[in-house]
Ligand binder design. Structure first.
Ligand SMILES: Cc1cc2nc3c(=O)[nH]c(=O)nc-3n(C[C@H](O)[C@H](O)[C@H](O)COP(=O)(O)OP(=O)(O)OC[C@H]3O[C@@H](n4cnc5c(N)ncnc54)[C@H](O)[C@@H]3O)c2cc1C
Length: 256
């Protein structure tokens, strides 16, 4: 990308860890003091946390720092507290191992927020598809729905289901694979069984592992969803660290 086309830097907020709570053994919820953080109205709002191999980088940032992306699960303007949920996916990586081990008082720089999606109240049916990494954004969307909203949540999960709250008209399917192998076709197979064309004006939010999102794309293309009704992208890629995967996304071949 040329210098002229680069997005201006989003503001940075210094986050200080207040505490950690385990949502389940694979999801750590961290609450931070986030003075000066400016939230947005979007339910997919995210921040980019800045790391190097040693952990968070707080000063002397390189021109292109290594970042890891996390959804703003909630923000309380009164207390200026920010909550992020981290999938703990083993020992690999920068952000997840840090989130599993950090202590109150530890700090990390967050750049953002970015994001631009929210549920459309006028849609007839909302389809939310993803995995552990998109649960924070999906929960944020569920909290925003009207009581009479209709829709379906489909999650491809490794070992642990989530305790999700949703209006009565939203069905929740949590496909826990346990010891079985990860299969990127699994979400697409489930979505392919749905009579989506009968559901009226359908809005889709599909985010998760890159291969799984790629397998879903033709189903939504065939349904003829307009770009305003389809939000789809990879949140992570199997076997690739985030920098590698985000760089791929910027190439023609890497686009979903
Ligand atoms: C807009 C956006 C919002 C996101 N929101 C969240 C969020 O709220 N919570 C969240 O946990 N993640 C979220 N993600 C995904 C997160 O940014 C990636 O999972 C990221 O790779 C984690 O960084 P890491 O340093 O832990 O692992 P990396 O160093 O990037 O990767 C190390 C290894 O772990 C694997 N890996 C990475 N993520 C996962 C995973 N979820 N499950 C299994 N294996 C994985 C990689 O394939 C790689 O082999 C979001 C991503 C985007 C783009």
């Amino acid at each position: 990308m040329t210098e002229a086309r680069r997005r201006p830097d989003r503001p940075k907020t210094l986050l200080t860890v207040r505490g950690r709570e385990w949502i389940n053994p694979a999801m750590a919820r961290l609450t931070f003091d986030a003075p000066g953080f400016t939230p947005t109205e979007f339910t997919d709002a995210y921040v980019k946390l800045i790391f190097d191999d040693e952990g968070p980088v707080l000063e002397d940032l390189p021109e292109r720092p290594t970042t890891r992306t996390y959804t703003v699960r909630s923000h309380d303007p009164a207390t200026e507290r920010l909550v992020l949920d981290f999938v703990i996916h083993g020992d690999a990586g920068l952000a997840a191992p840090w989130a599993a081990r950090c202590e109150p008082g530890d700090q990390v720089l967050a750049q953002g927020p970015g994001g631009k999606w929210g549920p459309a109240p006028e849609a007839d049916f909302l389809l939310l598809v993803g995995d552990e990494s998109s649960v924070p954004a999906i929960e944020g969307a569920l909290e925003r729905l009207d009581d009479d909203a209709r829709g379906l949540v489909i999650l491809d999960l490794h070992e642990h289901a989530f305790d999700l709250t949703a209006p009565a008209g939203i069905e929740i399917r949590q496909l826990v694979r346990g010891d079985g192998p990860y299969r990127e076709e699994r979400l697409a197979e489930e979505v392919a069984t749905l009579p989506l064309a009968e559901f009226g004006d359908v809005q889709v939010f599909a985010h998760g592992e890159r291969g799984a999102m790629k397998a879903l794309r033709p189903i939504f293309r065939e349904l003829g969803l307009s770009p305003e009704r389809l939000s789809i992208s990879g949140y992570w890629a199997l076997g690739r660290v985030e920098d590698e995967f985000q760089a791929e996304k910027r190439t023609e071949i890497g686009k979903i």
